[in-house]
Design a binder for this molecule. Structure first.
Ligand code: GTP
Ligand code: MG
Length: 264
């Protein structure tokens, strides 16, 4: 099995199936960073600071088993389309965000959903991976329902018949439906839903050794316990290591090369 390349993998010796990357995509100013801030810090900043690309990492110990979740907060301005394509290739689970008061941002989510499907289908031809990555679509800023520009029927139409896709109307600002959305995402991804912010105990970085201790299933580790810790100085794996990961996945798992499918 291929492991994602990162020094922290060795540190905790986490099985590859428990290492996942969550990627959040959508137009600018729709609230992607606000949602990630809710996820990591349980707060939301009113200030707007454009994201170029932010990388976060969270470790979990859930019933004695270790998990690593990498989180890629992308730019809505996507100045580098190749980077966006790479983030889709390396992503395992996706959050697509539009703002309910901005029709253009909904059209962008439609395009992104298609792009994820096409990119993953292309990779699937070369690997044993499932083409349908779990996707949760968020209609954010439901606190501004008065200014709504996207109707429920068109959202239903986008999600209909796709078992790997769910839709939630949320407000990162008011913390409405955010935990439910993460619960649904982890359920779709067949990950423990204790990974949702409301379902585990947050451990501060100084108690990081709790992960080592619990992972060895010491007497103190109780079944039913779930701990999460945000890695303090997480650094995005280099573009090179992401490319090597994808290449290894594509070339390593497939004997036959198919035509017209460019990985990067
Ligand atoms: N009313 C309201 N405002 C929100 C909500 N979520 C985010 N905002 C605000 O919308 C603005 C943009 O939020 P960001 O999270 O920075 O947007 P973004 O999608 O990360 O934008 P880029 O980084 O440019 O791609 C900020 O001023 C937030 O405070 C929400 O649920 N309701
Ligand atoms: Mg942002």
């Amino acid at each position: 099995m291929i492991k994602k390349m990162s020094p922290s993998d060795n540190e905790f010796d986490i099985p590859a199936k428990n290492c996942q990357r969550m990627v959040i995509l959508g137009s600018t100013k729709v609230g992607k960073t606000a949602i990630i801030s809710r996820f990591l810090n349980e707060k939301c900043d009113d200030q707007y600071t454009p994201t170029i690309e932010d990388f976060h990492r969270k470790f979990y110990n859930i019933r004695g088993e270790l998990y690593k979740l990498d989180i890629l907060d992308t730019s809505g301005n996507h100045p580098f389309p190749a980077m966006r394509r790479l983030s889709i290739l390396t992503g395992d689970v996706f959050i697509l965000v539009f703002s309910l008061d901005n029709r253009e941002s909904f059209l962008e989510v439609q395009r992104l959903k298609r792009q994820i499907h096409e990119t993953k289908s292309c990779l699937k031809n070369k690997t044993k991976d499932n083409a349908d990555a779990p996707v949760v679509i968020c209609g954010n800023k439901c606190d501004r329902d008065f200014y709504r520009e996207v109707q429920e029927e068109e959202i239903e139409h986008l999600v209909a018949g796709d078992e790997q896709c769910a839709y939630f109307e949320i407000s990162a600002k008011r913390n409405t439906n955010v935990d439910q959305m993460f619960n649904a995402l982890f359920t779709l991804a067949k990950l423990p839903n204790e990974m949702s912010p409301d379902r585990h105990r947050k451990v501060s970085q100084q108690y990081c050794e709790v992960l080592h201790r619990k992972s060895s299933r010491s007497k103190k580790a109780k079944d039913g316990d779930a701990y999460g810790i945000v890695a303090p100085f997480a650094r995005r794996p280099s573009v090179h290591s992401d490319l090597m990961y994808i290449k290894e996945k594509a070339v390593g798992s497939s004997q036959t090369k198919d035509k017209g499918c460019i990985i990067c």
